[in-house]
Design a protein around this ligand. Structure first.
Ligand SMILES: O=P(O)(O)OC[C@H]1O[C@H](OP(=O)(O)OP(=O)(O)O)[C@H](O)[C@@H]1O
Ligand SMILES: Nc1nc2[nH]cnc2c(=O)[nH]1
Length: 172
């Protein structure tokens, strides 16, 4: 059993997500976007964020995995489910739960760029900057966090705890 301690409360998450949605709406005024959720971790964030986006949008999902059940990124990113539609000429907003080493997003951005979208921007709920090894440009950040393994609100520990409505850390 884990001994969980709240790092970011449900109320703080929801308040910040609303702010991000408002900012995104302003930035993309007059445009249509494709909000691309990186599963599984991004699912909670994407669905809450989408409720606050006021420009026309489509939802797309990709399943990518670099961690498996490990604490550390393997560095090998696997695409387990690709996009359903071509993205040429579209404005893509990638929505992630966390950027840690940056390897996942670096890999994903490179692959998507080859498909010639009009633009690609990244929105992450959590940014763990200290661990960054790949240089990815992030346009929207919910919360910068320290070098701790976080759980909840989409983020798993051995595939469990994704359903917590808040972000927690394990205090052993
Ligand atoms: O910046 P990085 O070091 O690459 O780490 C970030 C990635 O790690 C997590 O995914 P994970 O591979 O654990 O899959 P999941 O979303 O299914 O939990 C998270 O959702 C990001 O996609
Ligand atoms: N659950 C979880 N997955 C991650 N993937 C990269 N960093 C993390 C983290 O801190 N927690």
């Amino acid at each position: 059993m884990l001994n969980l301690e709240t790092l970011i409360s449900e109320a703080d998450l929801q308040k910040r997500i609303k702010e991000l949605g408002t900012e995104i709406t302003k930035d993309y005024e007059g445009k249509e976007i494709v909000v691309l959720c990186v599963l599984k971790g991004g699912v909670m964030f994407m669905t809450d964020l989408a409720k606050h986006i006021g420009v026309p949008m489509k939802m797309e999902f990709m399943v990518v995995s670099s961690y498996g059940d490990e604490y550390r990124s393997s560095g090998v990113v696997k695409i387990l489910k690709d996009l359903d539609e071509p993205i040429e000429g579209k404005h893509i907003l990638i929505v992630e739960d966390i950027i840690d080493s940056g390897r996942t997003l670096q890999y994903l951005s490179n692959i998507l760029s080859e498909r010639k979208p009009a633009s690609i921007k990244i929105c992450t709920l959590l940014d763990k900057k200290e661990e960054r090894v790949s240089d990815v440009e992030v346009s929207y950040i919910g919360f910068p966090i320290g070098n701790e393994f976080v759980i909840g609100y989409g983020l798993d520990y051995k595939q469990y705890y994704r359903n917590l409505p808040y972000i927690a850390v394990n205090k052993e």
